[in-house]
Design a protein around this ligand. Structure first.
Ligand SMILES: Nc1ncnc2c1ncn2[C@@H]1O[C@H](COP(=O)(O)OP(=O)(O)O)[C@@H](O)[C@H]1O
Ligand SMILES: [Mg+2]
Length: 492
C-alpha cells in the first residue's frame, strides 16, 4: 500500500508540474500575444494619425488657396491707394480675421450692406428658391415682412459631398465651401450694377438663422434682394418684347463686366440658372465663378476659346495676355444660351434684319460688346418709337369707330399667342393704328380696347375680343369697334 501511495503522490506531482508548465506556457504566449497586439495597435494609431494629419494639411492648403483668390478682389482699383505695408503684413499673418474685417468694413462703408445678424432673428422661412453645387437659397420674410433671399452653404451640394469624400471633415469642409459664398459677397460689393443682384447684408457665425453658436465655422448667411429663378421654358412662351428685355439686360451687364472696377470679368459658369428676374429685369446672382483675370499666354494658340461646336483663337498680346478673351467668352455664351432661344423667334417684321445681324455678329464673334450693345439699343429705340412700323397702312383705323372714356363688359374673349393674358388676347402695340391692323388680321376680332396699362418699353396693352354685351363709362379706357364686323354674332 505504501508503494501505491508513493506512486499516486508522484503522479499528482507530475500532473502539477505538467499543469504548471502548461499554465506558464499559456501565460507566456498570452503575454506575447498581448505585446504583439499593443505593438500592432500602436502602429495603427500612428498610421491613422499620419493619414489624418496629411488630410488636415491638404484641407488647410485648400483653405489658403481660397483665401488667396479673394484678396486681389479686395485690393482697390488702379489709381486708388494701396493698403499700407503694415496692413499687408497683417494680411499675411492673420488672413482670416483681417479679410473679414475688410469685407465687412468695406461693405458697411459703402452703405451697401446694412443688415447684419440681428435682421435674421425673426425671419419667416417661406420656401426654397433654388440650390446648386455650392449654395442653398431660401425665400424669407425678414422682421417687418420685408422679402429677401438668404444664401447659405448647401450641405447636400456636390461641393460639400466632394470635400467630405476628400477630407472627411464636416466643419473644415463647411468652411471651405463657405469661401465661395464669401468670394461672391466681395464680388457683389465690387460689381454693383442694375443687372447684378443687390446685396442687402450678411451674417457670419454669430446667431445665424439656423442656430449657429459663435465663431465662423463656415456659417455664413448672405442676405440678398429676392428674385424669381429664370424659367427658360416659360420665357420661351412669352412675348418677344419680354424676351428681348432679358437679352438687352444681359448685354448691358456684359458691357459693364468688360470694364468693371476689377477689370474685364468672365463668367466661367455661364448658364441661365445663374440669373434671376426682379420685376422682369434680369439679374446675375451666381458670381462665385466670375474671373477678373484675362488668361496669360505665350502664343496665339494659348488664347483659344473652346465651345462644343466652335473654337475661336484670339491674338496673344505683347504683354503676354489674351486681351479681350473674357469679353468674347461672355458674348459667345450669351449667344448660345440666350440669343439663340430668345431673340429671333417672333421678332417684329420691321426689326428682323437687325436681329439677324446681331445673331450673326455674336455667333461669329465679329463684334465686340460695345458694338453689340449699340445694336441692341438701336433696336430698342426703333421699337419704342414705332419707327419700325412705317409700313402700316394709314387707313388701318378707318374701319373702326372709337368710344373714348368707355370700357366693355360681358366680353367674349378669344385666345391668341403670345398673349399677356391667359384668358384672352392681350398684345402690346405702339398705337391704336397698330392695334387696328392686328384686329383686322384676326378673324375673331370685332373690337379692341386700349387702357392705361403699358409694357416695360412704354408700349400700350391692347385687349382684343370677339364680342361684348355692353359698354360702360371708364375714364382710363377707349373702345374701338370694327364697323364691318360689329353686327355679326359672336362665334360659337
Ligand atoms: N436672389 C435670389 N432670388 C431668387 N432665387 C435665387 C436668388 N439667388 C439664387 N437663386 C436661385 O438659387 C439657385 C442657386 O443659387 P446659386 O448662387 O446659383 O448657387 P450655386 O453657386 O450653388 O449654383 C439659382 O440657380 C437660382 O435659381
Ligand atoms: Mg448657380
Amino acid at each position: 500500500m505504501p508503494a501505491m501511495g508513493a506512486s499516486l503522490r508522484a503522479a499528482a506531482l507530475l500532473a502539477f508540474v505538467v499543469l504548471s508548465v502548461l499554465v506558464s506556457l499559456l501565460i507566456g504566449s498570452l503575454q506575447q500575444f498581448g505585446a504583439r497586439i499593443t505593438r500592432f495597435s500602436n502602429a495603427t494609431v500612428a498610421g491613422d494619425d499620419e493619414q489624418f494629419a496629411s488630410l488636415r494639411r491638404a484641407l488647410i492648403y485648400q483653405l489658403n488657396e481660397r483665401r488667396k483668390e479673394i484678396i486681389p478682389l479686395l485690393l482697390p482699383p488702379p489709381g486708388q491707394t494701396l493698403p499700407s505695408p503694415q496692413h499687408s503684413q497683417t494680411r499675411t499673418f492673420n488672413l482670416d480675421s483681417t479679410l473679414w474685417d475688410e469685407i465687412a468694413g468695406g461693405l458697411r462703408e459703402a452703405r451697401l450692406d446694412e443688415m447684419g445678424c440681428d435682421s435674421l432673428l425673426d425671419v419667416q422661412t417661406l420656401q426654397i428658391l433654388g440650390s446648386g453645387y455650392t449654395k442653398l437659397v431660401v425665400k424669407v420674410n425678414l422682421a417687418g415682412g420685408q422679402p429677401a433671399a438668404l444664401k447659405l452653404v448647401n450641405e447636400q451640394g456636390i461641393d460639400m459631398e466632394k470635400c467630405l469624400e476628400d477630407f472627411k471633415d464636416p466643419q473644415g469642409c463647411r468652411e471651405l465651401v463657405a469661401y465661395k459664398l464669401k468670394k461672391e459677397m466681395v464680388l457683389l460689393q465690387r460689381l454693383q450694377h442694375p443687372n447684378v443682384i443687390k446685396l442687402k447684408g450678411h451674417c457670419v457665425g454669430g446667431q445665424g438663422v439656423w442656430g449657429a453658436r459663435g465663431g465662423d465655422g463656415g456659417r455664413v448667411t448672405v442676405i440678398l434682394e429676392q428674385g424669381s429663378p429664370l424659367q427658360m421654358i416659360q420665357l420661351l412662351q412669352s412675348p418677344w418684347e419680354d424676351r428681348f428685355r432679358v437679352c438687352l439686360d444681359l448685354v448691358r451687364l456684359l458691357h459693364f463686366l468688360s470694364r468693371s472696377p476689377l477689370g474685364s470679368v468672365a463668367l466661367l459658369d455661364f448658364q441661365p440658372r445663374q440669373f434671376v428676374t426682379v420685376s422682369g429685369e434680369l439679374k446675375l446672382t451666381d458670381l462665385d465663378d466670375a474671373s477678373p483675370q484675362e488668361p496669360e499666354c505665350r502664343a496665339d494658340a494659348d488664347c483659344t476659346l473652346q465651345f462644343p461646336h466652335r473654337n475661336f483663337t484670339l491674338p496673344c498680346s505683347a504683354a503676354g495676355v489674351c486681351e479681350g478673351l473674357n469679353e468674347r467668352r461672355n458674348i459667345y455664351n450669351a449667344y448660345r444660351y440666350f440669343f439663340t432661344y430668345l431673340l429671333p423667334h417672333q421678332a417684329p417684321p420691321g426689326l428682323t434684319h437687325l436681329v439677324d445681324h446681331i445673331m450673326n455678329s455674336t455667333g461669329e464673334l465679329s463684334a465686340d460688346i460695345n458694338q453689340t450693345l449699340e445694336a441692341f439699343e438701336d433696336i430698342l429705340h426703333l421699337y419704342k418709337s414705332g419707327l419700325h412700323l412705317d409700313s402700316l397702312p394709314p387707313s388701318a383705323l378707318r374701319d373702326y369707330s372709337v368710344m373714348r372714356g368707355m370700357g366693355t363688359s360681358g366680353n367674349v374673349e378669344y385666345r391668341c399667342w403670345p398673349s399677356y393674358s391667359q384668358q384672352g388676347c392681350v398684345l402690346s402695340v405702339h398705337s391704336a393704328q397698330e392695334a387696328a391692323s392686328i384686329c383686322s388680321s384676326h378673324s375673331h376680332c370685332t373690337s379692341f380696347s386700349l387702357s392705361g396699362h403699358k409694357t416695360w418699353t412704354g408700349r400700350l396693352l391692347a385687349s382684343f375680343r370677339s364680342s361684348f354685351s355692353h359698354m360702360e363709362p371708364d375714364a382710363t379706357s377707349e373702345v374701338y369697334v370694327r364697323k364691318s364686323k360689329a353686327a355679326q354674332p359672336p362665334p360659337v
